[in-house]
Structure formats: C-alpha cells, structure tokens
Design a protein around this ligand. Structure first.
Ligand SMILES: Nc1nc2c(ncn2[C@@H]2O[C@H](COP(=O)(O)OP(=O)(O)OP(=O)(O)O)[C@@H](O)[C@H]2O)c(=O)[nH]1
Ligand SMILES: [Mg+2]
Length: 254
C-alpha cells in the first residue's frame, strides 16, 4: 500500500490547540479540557445495573453466585462520525440490531464533515442497540452512540450505568476520536481504542496510534474490522479484560 502523507495520524495535542476543535460530547457548552490520563480511575466508574437472577432456583452466593458479577452489562460503542459504530454493533449482536439511521440530506451540507467518508449516505441520529448473551445469567447490551456533533447531548444519557466503552477510531480521520476519548477519561469510564481499518487507509501500529491520541499506557489499543463478528468479539473481550485488570488493581490499591 502506498504511503500517503495525508493519512498521518494527527497528534491530539495539536488538535487540542487547533481553532474550532469540537467540544466533548455531553459537555454542553463547556469546552473540552484536555484531561490527564490519571482520571481514568476505575473506582470512579458508575456501577453497572443489576437485574434479578434469571433463575430463582440458582443460589445467589455473593462471592460465587450469579450476583457476584453484574448480570446486565452495558457497553458503549463510541467514536467519531462514520467510524463504524453501527456496523460494529450490527456485526456482533445476536439479535437484529435496533438502529436509528437517517439519510444524510442537503440540509446537513456544511454541518457534516464528510471528508474521507464522501460515500456515506446515512447516519445514526439516536443510538444503535444490540445484545450478546454470555451465559444464562449474563447479557451484554451494546449501545452505539450517534457520531454527529449535534447529537452529542445524547451521550450522557447513553453512558448511564455503562461498564465500559469501545472507542472506534478511523485512521483517515483520527482526530474525530479525540472527543470520545476525552469523554470517557473525564467520567472515569474504562475504554479500549479499536482502530477500524478501512480499505485504503494507511496502516499504523498500535503504539503509533497510542502516541497520536495521547493515551495512558494501560489503555489497550487494538486493530479491528467492524464488519466482522469475530473481530468485534475480540475487541469486547479485550475491553472486559481491561476492566477486570483495572478493577483488580483498584482493589489492591485500596
Ligand atoms: N471498508 C470498510 N468499511 C466499513 C468498515 N466499517 C464500517 N464500514 C462502512 O463505513 C460506513 C459507515 O459505517 P457506520 O457503521 O454507519 O459508521 P457510524 O460510526 O455508525 O456512523 P455515524 O453513526 O454516522 O457516526 C458504512 O458504509 C460501513 O459499511 C470497515 O471496517 N471497513
Ligand atoms: Mg452509526
């Protein structure tokens, strides 16, 4: 694949200082301050919602029973406009995903930055929803966020009770992922960065991406293909492992 200067990842520090940098989703009119990586403290994360045991006959030993781990696990799939969030949720969901796609129209011309995704014809206006049953007691619910800036006010609602998040990044428009990273860092929600490798985009290794985004060393960066279920599942497994590692480290420190 030919090297293309235009696809160099953009340093997040550079974009932080660039005029017109987009605000962090959900932050209302408060400008997105660059958050120190230390704010990713797992202890600050909101507890995931718990539901009653699916099988009342199953013993609910607090240490080992089904109540030992949240039964309804909520994970967000976030990222910039057109990064592949709807595609990711649809690929891994065991049910037909609920999506709220609407056609991009002329009305959005000038508002929607289609640079790099000129072929895009629709966009998520509220959320995507999918489900994966892990075992008879544990279900993972996936919520895909809308990517366009004018729908970012929904992110705060969507993240309530979230266990963690996948931030999808597109190396053709890496700066579009910065706001999502800021959003989860500021709220102390654990996340992984999954680089959705689009056809024709330049290949960067995980460490180059980490440097460009300015991620803390413990945040996993993996490459994925949002269209392929096994790739999406691998991403989710990486997220859960990261959350467990962070929780264990947090307990050991306290
Ligand atoms: N080649 C390639 N195309 C992809 C990949 N992932 C998504 N696409 C395509 O990219 C386009 C945008 O994907 P979406 O899943 O709609 O992106 P999104 O992040 O949900 O977009 P918004 O909701 O508008 O922010 C669709 O046409 C997908 O088919 C990928 O890994 N490779
Ligand atoms: Mg979408």
């Amino acid at each position: 694949m030919a090297y293309d200067d235009s696809s160099e990842p953009v340093s997040r520090a550079a974009v932080d200082t660039a005029p017109g940098r987009a605000e962090t989703p959900g932050a209302g009119s408060v400008p997105a301050a660059r958050t120190p990586a230390e704010s990713c403290a797992p202890g600050a994360r909101a507890p995931a919602p718990r539901t009653p045991a699916a099988d009342p006959a199953t013993p609910a030993d607090p240490a080992t029973g089904p109540e030992a781990f949240p039964q309804a696990l909520k994970v967000l799939v976030a990222g910039g406009f057109g990064a592949g969030k709807t595609t990711f949720v649809g690929a891994v969901s065991e049910i037909a995903p609920l999506s709220t796609e609407e056609l991009l129209t002329q009305v959005g011309a000038g508002l929607d930055d289609l640079t790099g995704v000129e072929g895009k014809t629709s966009t998520t206006v509220a959320m995507d929803f999918g489900r994966i049953t892990l075992d008879p007691h544990h279900v993972l619910y996936l919520f895909g966020t809308p990517g366009q800036e004018r729908f970012w006010f929904l992110w705060d609602e969507l993240c309530a009770g979230a266990l963690g998040a996948v931030v999808l990044a597109d190396t053709r428009r890496l700066e579009q992922s910065f706001s999502a990273v800021d959003f989860f860092e500021q709220r102390g929600i654990g996340f992984v960065v999954a680089v959705n490798e689009f056809d024709g985009s330049f290949h960067y290794d995980a460490e180059e991406i980490r440097d460009a985004i300015g991620l803390a060393p413990e945040v996993p960066v993996i490459l994925c293909d949002a269209r392929i279920a096994s790739s999406g599942i691998r991403t989710l497994v990486t997220l859960v492992q990261h959350l467990l590692t962070s929780a264990t480290a947090g307990e050991a420190a306290s």
